[in-house]
Write a new protein. Structure first.
Lengths: 141, 113
C-alpha cells in the first residue's frame, strides 16, 4: 500500500480540575464519559505498553497499540481506523500538574490529510445537527 | 483560499446559542431586525452585536427593499468551514469537552457536600 506523504496533526488542551494521577486513571477508565473508550459499542482494552485496544463506535472499528504508559504523566498509542486510510496514526496524551489542576494535552499526529479524511459529508452532517432541518432547506435555496 | 481569520470568525459566530437561534430563524427566510429580536429576552443592542458577529462571518447579509432593511442567511461560509473540519478534530473536541465537564460536575458535587 502506498503511504500518503501529506499528514496533519491536531493538538488540543484542556484544564481539568483534578490532580494528574486522577485524570490519568480516568482517561483509561471506560466508565468515565469523554474518554475514547466510553462510547464504544464493543471494547477490548489492555492499557499496558504493547497492549492492544479494539473498539467500535457506530459500527466503525478502531485498533491500536499502547507504546507509552507512564502514570501519571503520559500515554501514547497508535490509532488506526477507516479515517486514517489504513495508516497508523499516533495519539499522545500528557498530564501536567498546574496548581490544583491538570493541564491535559492531546496530540493526534500522522493523520493522512486528504479529502477522504476531511470527510466533507460528515462535516456537513455536523452542521446539520447544530441547525436542524431549516439549515438544509436554506442551503438549497 | 479560505483564510484562517474568516474560519475563526465563522466558528466564533456559531459558538453562541443566540446566534445559532438567529440563523435558525433566518434559515426560514429573510426578516426585519425587530422580527429577529422579538423572541429573545435580551436588549436590542445585544441583538445588534450578535448580528454584527454573524455579518463579520459572512453568515448574514442586509438588503434594502424600499424603506425597509431585510436580513437574510448565507450558507456558503458554513460549507467552507465544513471542508476544514477533520473527522478527528470534531471527535476529540467533543470527547475532551465531555471529559472536562465530568470533572467540573464532580468538583461541584464535592463542594456541595
Amino acid at each position: 500500500m502506498t503511504k500518503s506523504t501529506k499528514t496533519i496533526e491536531f493538538k488540543f488542551e484542556r484544564t481539568i480540575p483534578a490532580p494528574p494521577g486522577e485524570v490519568f486513571d480516568a482517561w483509561l477508565n471506560p466508565k468515565i464519559p469523554g474518554n475514547p473508550w466510553n462510547a464504544a459499542d464493543k471494547l477490548l482494552l489492555n492499557s499496558k505498553v504493547d497492549g492492544f485496544f479494539y473498539w467500535t463506535f457506530k459500527g466503525t472499528p478502531h485498533y491500536g497499540r499502547f507504546t507509552e504508559v507512564e502514570r501519571p504523566a503520559r500515554i501514547q498509542h497508535t490509532w488506526m481506523s477507516p479515517n486514517t486510510l489504513g495508516q497508523e496514526s499516533t495519539v499522545t496524551v500528557t498530564f501536567q500538574k498546574n496548581g490544583e489542576n491538570t493541564l491535559m494535552t492531546l496530540v493526534h499526529s500522522d493523520l493522512p490529510d486528504d479529502d477522504k479524511a476531511r470527510s466533507h459529508e460528515k462535516g456537513w452532517n455536523y452542521f446539520l445537527n447544530i441547525f436542524p432541518e431549516q439549515f438544509g432547506n436554506a442551503s438549497r435555496k | 483560499m479560505y483564510g484562517m481569520n474568516q474560519l475563526n470568525n465563522v466558528l466564533s459566530a456559531i459558538s453562541h446559542p443566540t446566534r445559532r437561534a438567529i440563523i435558525g430563524r433566518l434559515a426560514n427566510g429573510p426578516a426585519r431586525f425587530l422580527e429577529i429580536a422579538k423572541p429573545f429576552d435580551t436588549a436590542l443592542n445585544a441583538v445588534t452585536k450578535h448580528l454584527k458577529s454573524l455579518e463579520r462571518a459572512g453568515l448574514i447579509e442586509r438588503k434594502k427593499q424600499g424603506r425597509e432593511v431585510f436580513i437574510s442567511f448565507r450558507g456558503e461560509p458554513l460549507r467552507e468551514v465544513a471542508g476544514w473540519v477533520h473527522e478527528y478534530e470534531r471527535f476529540w473536541h467533543t470527547h475532551l469537552d465531555q471529559f472536562e465537564q465530568y470533572f467540573k460536575d464532580k468538583k461541584k458535587k464535592e463542594k456541595k457536600r
